[in-house]
Design a protein around this ligand. Structure first.
Ligand code: NDP
Ligand code: 8X3
Length: 251
């Protein structure tokens, strides 16, 4: 009997991560769905009892991540694909007045969190000589905009980590890729503006943003290339975007 591949998606409770779960399930994979809001993951499991394993995980908590992954049932503990998606922006304040707690949340989640999860999963991939890590970066890692200083820095760090990781595992057969989305309509802006739905809605006003499924489609395409092919990185914009803040708003 062939076993279905196992994909670990972090930040699976919403947006791009949730869409990646759906897309990998549609391709016949089993998915370990990780996030803090485990109630949402339980619903996913109820809908897909044999193919979704919900795992409560705060990627910032290195010991917690290690323990959660060490406790995976045997049938789930060979991870073929890791999608490092969990991430957030907090605030749009200038760096000289912003709340340092916002910097900590972004750095701890987007950078340290990605490293925490990768450091648990990569050793066995390298040992086996197969596996694929797909990091979700951002167009914000390729440029910077006012009020996005620390968020952009975290995503620039993701880009450096992706490239470095690829060099670290070179020769092992493990593949490392990155997808950089432009504007995608998710809970991202609601989180960034601390639940202020008017501020969040204004981000997408007059623009047709990407859907989470647009990114998930790219992620699953990257994962389904033959083993000798690695898609190093992909930048995906909505048609109405040409850079950070460079938007065609149609009124
Ligand atoms: P959402 O807010 O919709 O989803 C973010 C996900 O990350 C949630 O599932 C959330 O789950 C999870 N998450 C946040 N913090 C943690 C944590 N400490 N531990 C575990 N999980 C966590 O936003 P998106 O889907 O848009 O964001 C997904 C990724 O895409 C992020 O890395 C983001 O930076 C990136 N991105 C988004 C863009 C956009 O325009 N939307 C553009 C470019 C990149 P929970 O709260 O349940 O833990
Ligand atoms: C999210 C896109 O432009 O809000 O990574 O930084 S942006």
């Amino acid at each position: 009997m062939t076993t279905l591949p196992v994909v670990l998606v972090t930040g699976a409770s919403s947006g791009i991560g949730r869409a990646c779960v759906d897309a990998f399930l549609a391709q016949g994979a089993r998915v370990i769905a990780a996030a803090r809001r485990v109630d949402r993951l339980e619903l996913l499991h109820d809908e897909n009892p044999n193919t979704v394993l919900p795992v409560a995980m705060d990627v910032r908590d290195r010991a917690g991540v290690t323990a959660a992954l060490a406790a995976l049932p045997e049938a789930w503990n060979t991870i073929d694909i890791l999608v490092n998606n969990a991430g957030l922006a907090a605030g749009r304040g200038p760096v000289h007045t912003d709340d340092p707690d916002n910097w900590d949340r972004m750095l701890d989640t987007n950078v340290r969190g990605l490293l925490n999860v990768s450091s648990c999963v990569l050793p066995r991939m390298v040992e086996r000589g197969s596996g694929h890590v797909i990091n979700i970066g951002s167009n914000a890692g390729r440029e910077v905009y006012p009020g996005g200083t620390v968020y952009c820095a975290t995503k620039a760090a993701v880009e450096r980590i992706t490239r470095g990781m690829r060099m670290d595992v070179l020769g092992s057969g493990v593949r490392i890729s990155q997808v950089d989305p432009g504007m995608v309509q998710t809970e991202f802006s609601l989180v960034r503006f601390d639940g202020d739905s008017s501020a969040a809605d204004a981000v997408y006003d007059g623009v047709t943003p990407l859907l989470p499924s647009d990114i998930a489609e790219v992620v699953t395409w990257i994962a389904s290339r033959p083993p000798h092919v690695v898609i190093a990185d992909v930048l995906v914009y909505p048609t109405d975007q040409a850079g950070s803040g460079k938007l065609a708003r149609r009124k």
